[in-house]
Ligand binder design. Structure first.
Ligand code: ATP
Ligand code: MG
Length: 551
């Protein structure tokens, strides 16, 4: 983070807390529930939590908030760890809320002993009904007056498996008339017989989010517990539990969650896309998941840059997806290797080239002086793009057409002499002569041309498949769409294109980022093999975001 930038509201709080001596150092945490793969919204939370610790010389724990066994899985734990590491962050401790189950149980017993929690036999419906509404106070029930001894015994019975799922719950005894519905005797524990991916079948009662999260923060001595705005109404309960238990006073701070155009941002919805086969997998390159973005070719640097640029807010908003693409393009322009690939080919025959082949050198990256060069074979039969030839060129057409000259990238200037069509009237072959004095880098021809075309030598060309992606959804703002969000899916979000590539691509390592000249940025797909090379279009060259800003 640059020094000149003013502090955001959380940074201000932290710097005051450090200046006043409230804390000697800070400890934050990133607390995902392992019930899905992380998405770009989580990346924002990761960059914030780890970024704050980095900036203020503190540390960050990675804590799995694994208190809901039914939906959680070890596969998700592994993917989350991989994603956080890939984004470039190192956690201090790897923690699991489930490691605190004994401690949390003891906390609950403590509350019962203080007369601050009771076992309720009511059904979920009855509890909801008795809770009242924001304007009507709730009504108590007979269970609320159970003795401490009875509650201790019943709660022990819940733990021992004496009761059926849903038969009883443990509730905090706070205030049934509180204007904050979360304070109207919230649930602390429920009975649920479900296999937990870490604790197995040891437990048949599980703590609710509100009786696990704050306490876990406290157990770890988290100083600044940062979460999204929907947890504001939970804060009173967070503080109440810590106060009543007399444990380490962690504090909760809230910021606005990230929403982005043309996509959904919830693990639950993303899971539906996977389960319904609307995408290939969690790491489908069209998904807003970190793993999807990684497979597509986004770089960790560009995602961190994006999170930095959008900053943090106290109010919900929706960020234009093209801002993220802008960040990706900015970084890739600096690091991507330039290569030539032709997607819709016509043959270009160089009539006066009789050397068989010539190996030319081409810069890997004009933005990078240390980028080096690669060998590009040139011969008398090349593939060029169909759209780079016009039978009857219009005035401002600076590509090929009868009598027109262009430069072939890193090679020679050629002049079109002639062309051939098939029976259907499609151009099949274009004939041109080259100027031997016009070689790139040592051009003494004195000829000036306006257009430069990419090309591939036909006999050296390597067949490849390109995955060209479009938005996953047709609708810009899906933040309020719920069950019907799948209706808005873009049926043509993937277009698979056959192409001819220069031979260097066949031997380039897997993790190289490419710019295919005049086409966009590409990255080799995880399913690509030596026999079947597949490249994903990371992002196009056109900069919709910058254009939008100039309007
Ligand atoms: P989802 O609805 O996608 O499952 P979640 O909030 O339930 O999201 P968690 O695994 O509980 O997911 O989130 C871990 C952390 O990431 C939390 O602190 C949460 O506030 C934060 N987070 C989740 N989504 C976003 C988002 N869109 N923008 C910023 N932070 C987010
Ligand atoms: Mg959650």
């Amino acid at each position: 983070m640059s020094e000149e930038k003013s502090l955001n509201f959380i940074e201000e709080i932290i710097s005051e807390d450090l200046a006043s001596g409230k804390y000697a150092s800070i400890l934050t945490r990133f607390p995902p529930e392992p019930n899905g793969y992380l998405h770009i919204g989580h990346a924002k939370s990761i960059c914030l939590n780890f970024g704050l610790a980095k900036k203020f010389g503190g540390k960050t724990n990675l804590r799995f908030d694994d208190t809901n066994p039914a939906k959680e899985d070890i596969e998700y734990v592994d993917s989350i760890k991989e994603d956080v590491k890939w984004l470039g962050f190192e956690w201090e401790k790897e923690c699991y809320a489930s490691d605190y189950f004994d401690q949390l149980y003891a906390f609950a017993v403590q509350l019962i002993e203080k007369g601050l929690a009771y076992v309720d036999d009511s059904t979920a419906e009855e509890i909801a009904q008795q809770k009242g509404t924001p304007t009507v106070p709730g009504t108590g029930n007979a269970f609320r007056n159970r003795s401490i001894e009875e509650n201790l015994e019943l709660f022990a019975g819940m733990k021992a498996g004496k009761y059926a799922d849903g038969e009883k719950v443990l509730r905090a005894k706070i205030d049934l008339a509180s204007p904050n519905m979360h304070m109207r005797d919230p649930l602390l524990y429920r009975i649920k017989r479900a296999h937990h991916h870490r604790t197995g079948d040891t437990w048949c009662i599980y703590p609710m989010y509100d009786f696990a999260h704050g306490q876990s923060d406290s157990i770890e001595n988290i100083t600044h517990s940062i979460c999204t705005l929907e947890f504001i109404p939970h804060r009173s309960l967070y503080d109440w539990c810590i106060e009543q238990l007399g444990i380490y006073p962690s504090h909760q701070y809230e910021f606005a969650r990230l929403n982005m155009t043309y996509t959904v941002m919830s693990k639950r919805k993303l899971l539906q896309l996977v389960e319904d086969g609307l995408v290939e997998s969690w790491d489908d390159p069209r998904m807003p998941t970190i793993s999807g973005m990684r497979r597509r070719g986004y770089t960790p640097e560009s995602i961190r840059d994006f999170c930095e640029r959008i900053g943090i807010a106290k109010r919900e908003n929706i960020i234009d997806f093209s801002l993220l693409e802008f960040c990706v393009r900015e970084h890739l322009n600096k690091v991507a290797m330039r290569r030539m690939v032709v997607t819709n080919p016509i043959k270009l025959v160089i009539t006066n080239f009789d050397k068989g082949e010539e190996i030319l050198l081409s810069e890997n990256n004009p933005e990078d002086p240390n980028g080096g060069t690669r060998e590009v074979p040139f011969s008398n039969e090349l593939w060029i793009e169909r759209e780079d030839f016009m039978e009857e060129p219009t005035k401002k057409y600076f590509r090929l057409g009868p009598g027109l000259s262009v430069r072939l990238k890193s090679a020679y200037i050629v002049t079109c002499e002639n062309f051939e069509k098939d029976a259907a009237g499609n151009i099949t072959t274009v004939y041109a002569s080259y100027n031997p004095q016009s070689k790139s880098g040592q051009d003494t021809s004195g000829i000036h041309v306006k257009g430069t075309l990419h090309w591939v030598s036909a006999k050296h060309a390597v067949p490849v498949l390109l995955n060209e992606y479009d938005r996953l959804f047709n609708v810009e703002d899906l933040s309020s769409a719920d069950g019907d969000f799948k209706d808005d899916i873009n049926p043509t979000s993937l277009n698979i294109v056959n192409a001819y590539a220069e031979p260097a691509l066949a031997s380039d390592p897997l993790d190289v980022r490419f710019q295919f000249l005049r086409k966009g940025y590409f990255y080799q797909d995880t399913k690509s093999t030596k026999d079947k090379l597949i490249f994903n279009r990371t992002v196009g060259l056109k900069d919709a975001w910058a254009k939008e800003q100039k309007k």
